[in-house]
Ligand binder design. Structure first.
Ligand SMILES: [Zn+2]
Length: 76
């Protein structure tokens, strides 16, 4: 996987508003930037995402629940 793809846990617990679903959460905070398939286009770099949103974005609707259970992105 290329290095410029960012999907990581930044805080184990914080009070924040998720940039994707706009919900206020008291939970884990993740950072995410997807791979750019288009030259000179930089995908939006999300700084604060909730677990549901980042797992859905990173793994898609079929896999995200399984990956979340495994804690695939939960290493700091
Ligand atoms: Zn969210």
């Amino acid at each position: 996987m290329p290095n410029y793809k960012t999907a990581k846990l930044v805080k184990n617990r914080d009070h924040f508003k998720c940039e994707m679903c706009d919900k206020l959460k008291m939970a884990k905070v993740y950072e995410y930037q997807s791979i750019s398939y288009v030259r000179d286009y930089i995908p939006h770099h999300y700084k604060k995402l909730c677990a549901d949103c980042i797992y859905k974005t990173a793994y898609g609707t079929k896999l995200w629940k399984k990956k979340k259970k495994e804690g695939a992105l939960d290493e700091m």
